[in-house]
Every structure is written in structure tokens, then in C-alpha cells.
Design a protein around this ligand. Structure first.
Ligand code: F6R
Length: 369
């Protein structure tokens, strides 16, 4: 049942190329245009939207944080992202022209369901991105875009996360398409790139063996920090969450630009710090800033574990461990950068002797508020 893998989590990590391909299937027309007619919201309704609020919990919330970059960049619609458990307790400003996008693997998360009900009471439209057909949240939403990750058994979300990202990109690109935002050419190029992602994830999976060795060598550490910028920041948060839930270690993700505003005080001799580096070509300015951050923390004794684009020679000299990922457009980088972090957390937890698929205190779907 685990397909030759030791854990469901490893099986599900390995299934990611297929999960991503399935989530794209049937959504790109022969002319390269997106077709999302299953969504049940008319193009006119989607054109009238003037604000998007993405609401989710945990890993799904991290997908939402990444969605914001894509929605604002491609579709040009202002976008906020909020934890479902906070959303309805702060008088969010909602009306008919607000689209609330909820992201949920299970479709049963109570915090997220309550957010759906609150948004609909305020007459906002609700679009659910969900992995479980016919679950409660899609049934109570105005529209649904299903991810096709297949059943996710391990408590820690992996393949569902990647497919949530794909669904978010599809929503952002579709909005760009029907609203005719100025990035027309970029839109069709990104759609072509998305089709390449399963092969790129496959490449990452073929080269993660050193990540496993590294993870095993860190089994006695007490704390790991994760840094990123731009879409790499939510990837850092996700890497830290995986490590907390599976390895029961103190793990924290920061925006690298915030280091100097406090977190750098945490750096001490031997502290492992994982850094997700933006593309040296697509994101020159941020890339160079993060390379300086890596030099700074290394000078203070940090052990640097660097996830960077293949051929990034500027960062290589400052990496104690270098994990290379394929070059993809900036906004899509989380699809490849997250995978080594999943493997890292899984392997480290296994090295500690923990139950990888059923971490203590956690349930697969959280049906209480
Ligand atoms: C983390 C994890 C949880 C879920 C969260 C939301 O690996 O699995 O953080 O992401 O409980 O669950 P869904 O997406 O089912 O609403």
C-alpha cells in the first residue's frame, strides 16, 4: 500500500510529479488558453471582483501566502491572506465584489468552514481550492477548483501543497486572462512552464539523496532556522512547519530581510540555517541581498544549508551544504524549492525514530475550532 516506500509521506512526496500533472490536466486548452469552466463563477463575476482574500490554515495557508504574489503580479487584483482562525474575529471588510478564496486539502477544517460561512453571510463569493470531492467546504462554497493530488494519508501535507500551488497559479493566470492584464505574453509563457513542472520536480526527487544524509546528521540538533524572500519566504515557513510537526524540533521561518531587525541575535556557532535563494537571473536584486545575509550569518558561526538555482556560483562559496534546484520562473520556484524541505523533515524525523505518518498530537483533518 505504501508502494515500496517506508512511509506514506515518502510515497506522497514521490507522487508529486503525477499530482501536479493531474491538477493541470484538462485545464489548458489546445490554444494555450486556460479553461476553468468547472468553477461555477462567470467571467463577468470574476471581472467585477476588486479584492481577493485568501483564507486557510497551516500548510494550506502557506500556499495562500504564495498565491498573493501570483494574484497581484499576474492578475493585478489586490490580495490579502489570512489565517482562517483569525479571519472572522477581526471584522474583515467584505462585500459582493470581494472574492474569498479558501484553500483546504480535506475540505473539512472547521476554522476554514467558519470563514466560508462568515464570508457568504457578508455576500462575498467564495471559491474553494480543495482536494476532497464533495467534502463540506466545497459544498458550502459558490465555486470550487479541485486539486487532483489523490488521497493524502500522511498527516503532514506534501503533494496536496504542491497541487494547491498549481491551483492558485491557475486562478491567478485565469483572472489575468479574462481581465486582459498587461502581462499577456508572460501569461502564455508561464502556462507553458507549468507543463514542465512535473519533469522539474522529478529532477529534484532524483537529486535529494544528499538531503537525506544531511537530515540524518542533524538529528541531535535542537533548533533549525529557515530564511527566504519573496515567494521563498512562505517556502521557509513551510519548511519550518514540516520540521516542527514531524521532528518535534524548534524550527522557525523568517523573511531574510527581517534578520537584521531581530532574528540575527539567534545565530550562534553551529546553528543550522536553511536559506531559500531567489534566482540570480530572475531576481538579481533579492538574490544579491540574500547572498549578503548568508555571508553575515556564516561569519557568526551558522551552518548554512543553501537551496539555490543550478549554476548559482555566487552563493556556492558560502554554502556549507548546497542543494541545487532547477531554474524555473520566479513565482513557480516554490514548486521545486519545497520538495527538498519535505524530504529533509521526513528523514530527520525518521532518524529520530518518530512516527512520520502519524505525528503526536496531530490529526489529518481538524474538525474543531
Ligand atoms: C501540515 C498540515 C496542516 C494542514 C492544516 C489545514 O502539514 O497538514 O497544517 O495544512 O490543518 O488542513 P486543510 O488543508 O485540510 O484545511
Amino acid at each position: 500500500e505504501k508502494g515500496g516506500h517506508d512511509y506514506f509521506m515518502l510515497k506522497e512526496i514521490a507522487e508529486q510529479p503525477r499530482a501536479v500533472a493531474d491538477t493541470l490536466l484538462g485545464r489548458v486548452g489546445a490554444d494555450g488558453q486556460l479553461v476553468l469552466d468547472e468553477m461555477r463563477l462567470s467571467d463577468q463575476e470574476l471581472r467585477d471582483i476588486n479584492k481577493i482574500i485568501v483564507v486557510a490554515c497551516g500548510t494550506s495557508y502557506h500556499a495562500g501566502l504564495i498565491a498573493k504574489y501570483a494574484i497581484e503580479h499576474w492578475a493585478g487584483v489586490p490580495c490579502e491572506v489570512e489565517l482562517a482562525s483569525e479571519f472572522r474575529y477581526r471584522d474583515p471588510i467584505l462585500n459582493r465584489d470581494t472574492l474569498v478564496v479558501v484553500i483546504t486539502q480535506s475540505g473539512e477544517t472547521m476554522d476554514t468552514l467558519m470563514a466560508v460561512r462568515h464570508a457568504r453571510e457578508q455576500r462575498s463569493r467564495v471559491l474553494a481550492i480543495c482536494n476532497v470531492n464533495g467534502s463540506t467546504i466545497p459544498r458550502e462554497s459558490d465555486a470550487v477548483l479541485y486539486t487532483h493530488a489523490g488521497p493524502e494519508i500522511a498527516v503532514a501535507s506534501t503533494k496536496a501543497f504542491l497541487t494547491q500551488l498549481v491551483a492558485c497559479y491557475l486562478v491567478a493566470l485565469y483572472l489575468a486572462q479574462i481581465r486582459g492584464t498587461k502581462f499577456g505574453d508572460e501569461i502564455s509563457q508561464v502556462i507553458e512552464w507549468l507543463a514542465q513542472i512535473p519533469a522539474r520536480v522529478e529532477e529534484v526527487l532524483r537529486t535529494v539523496e544528499p538531503v537525506r544524509a544531511l537530515a540524518r546528521s542533524l538529528a541531535d540538533e535542537r533548533c533549525v532556522l529557515f530564511l527566504g524572500r519573496h515567494v521563498g519566504f512562505p517556502v521557509a515557513l513551510e519548511g519550518a512547519l514540516k520540521l516542527k510537526e514531524l521532528a518535534y524540533m524548534h524550527a522557525e521561518g523568517f523573511a531574510a530581510g527581517e534578520l537584521k531587525h531581530g532574528p540575527i541575535a539567534l545565530i550562534e556557532e553551529g546553528l543550522p540555517v536553511v536559506v531559500v535563494v531567489p534566482s540570480p537571473i530572475g531576481q538579481r536584486v533579492l538574490h544579491d541581498k540574500i547572498v549578503s545575509n548568508i555571508q553575515e550569518i556564516r561569519a557568526r558561526g551558522a551552518m548554512t544549508i543553501v537551496i539555490a538555482e543550478e549554476g548559482d556560483s555566487a552563493v556556492a562559496p558560502y554554502a556549507d551544504t548546497l542543494i541545487s534546484i532547477p531554474a524555473v520562473p520566479t513565482l513557480l520556484q516554490p514548486l521545486v524549492a519545497t520538495v527538498p524541505l519535505q524530504v529533509f523533515a521526513c528523514e530527520l524525523a525518521a532518524a529520530k525514530g518518530h512516527d512520520v505518518d502519524q505525528p503526536r498530537n496531530l490529526a489529518k483533518s481538524v474538525t474543531v475550532e
